[in-house]
Design a protein around this ligand. Structure first.
Ligand code: DAH
Length: 342
């Protein structure tokens, strides 16, 4: 064996490889050159019989030839696979592609974002608080004393009582976030706090053991009830339409004084009276009022120097009224036929 022979073989192999047009002839080529008795393999055997000086340069060249042939065979193999007649039968390029399925926001999340977005435009900041709360934040600081009978309606799930520690419970209202924010910051404050709340309620079409509320709070050295009215009117008209009428009905909440329930004229029947508004023409949507001085005292504010108002609304109720959803349980069933409509 000498260099000329080797180069001749290289040329011969590469022109034969050029003529390969099928996987079968490629395999024949491999056997003929690189197989156990192939021409290149044989030369490797022959190499062993040569002297040291002859072996070095020929060995290097032979190795290069082997590597080149292996690379070219790989290239041939992939070009055969992608060329006509050899294509993968399981791939049909004429089929339509797979459409990615997009997720979407849950109708409750959409409603929360829409409402908090409206308040953000009025200068309110969105804050959140914990769902597992102390009795102090859920009751005492909100002017609901330990022995007050209204605690029963809000007695949710309590954690085990431990010595030297207040029991925790699932919060029954987002009013707890008012307390948390006021404990941490000084007025002026303008916040809205969306979140989940829990109640020991029997589940039916309009009640659930878990639902969402949005709490609002504004505190400054001076706020007025007419500002509360103006803000809620602006908000409800943005949410429900420019013709929305609102009315305040006197009510009682422990943490506000005076307190009111806020109704809007029934937008389902244009206030003519329907089954949803019970023929009254009005829908009850919010609770609101001026922050009770007792609450300010609980968080270390001086009730003589600050004033504020607060309000709270139920998100499910608003979403149900706006979209005509008949049953609150539908929000939690994960039925895509329902969820895809939003
Ligand atoms: N926390 C009340 C509830 O769960 C809602 C509410 C009413 C919040 C009046 C307020 C308010 O801030 O002023 O029913």
């Amino acid at each position: 064996m000498n260099v000329e022979e080797l180069r001749l073989l290289a040329r011969e192999a590469s022109s034969r490889l050029d003529q390969v047009t099928s996987h079968q002839s490629l395999e024949e080529f491999r056997v003929a050159y690189l197989g156990r008795k192939g021409k290149v393999t044989r030369l490797f055997e022959e190499l062993k019989t040569l002297s040291e000086e002859e072996r070095r340069p020929l060995g290097r060249e032979l190795n290069e030839l082997k590597i080149t042939l292996e690379r070219k065979m790989e290239e041939k193999k992939s070009s055969l696979a992608s060329s006509h007649g050899e294509k993968d039968e399981s791939f049909d390029p004429s089929l339509p592609g797979l459409r990615p399925s997009y997720g979407r926001l849950h109708p409750i999340t959409q409603t929360v974002r829409e409402i908090t977005g409206l308040f953000e435009r009025l200068g309110f900041e969105v804050v959140e608080g914990p769902e597992v709360e102390t009795e102090f934040h859920n009751f005492t600081a909100l002017n609901i004393p330990l022995d007050h009978p209204s605690r029963d309606a809000f007695a949710t799930f309590y954690t085990k009582e431990e010595e030297n520690r207040e029991p925790y419970l699932l919060r029954s209202q987002t009013s707890t976030v008012q307390i948390r924010v006021m404990q941490k910051r000084k007025p002026p404050l303008r916040i809205v706090a969306p979140g989940r709340v829990y109640r020991p309620d029997q589940v039916d079409a309009s009640h659930s053991f878990m639902f969402h509320q949005i709490e609002g709070l504004m505190v400054d050295d001076r706020t007025t009830f007419s500002e509360l009215k103006g803000i809620l009117q602006l908000f409800l008209r943005k949410l429900l339409g420019p013709d929305t009428k609102i009315r305040f009905r006197p009510h009682f909440f422990p943490f506000t004084e005076p307190s009111a329930e806020v109704d809007v004229n029934c937008f389902l029947c244009q206030a003519k009276g329907c089954s949803v508004c019970g023929g009254k023409g009005w829908l009850e949507l919010l609770g609101a009022g001026s922050v009770d001085p007792a609450v300010f005292e609980q968080v270390g504010y001086d009730p003589k120097r600050v004033q504020g108002f607060a309000f709270g609304l139920g998100v499910e109720r608003i979403a149900m009224l706006r979209h005509g959803i008949p049953d609150i349980r539908m929000f939690c069933e994960n039925d895509l036929r329902f969820l895809r409509q939003f």
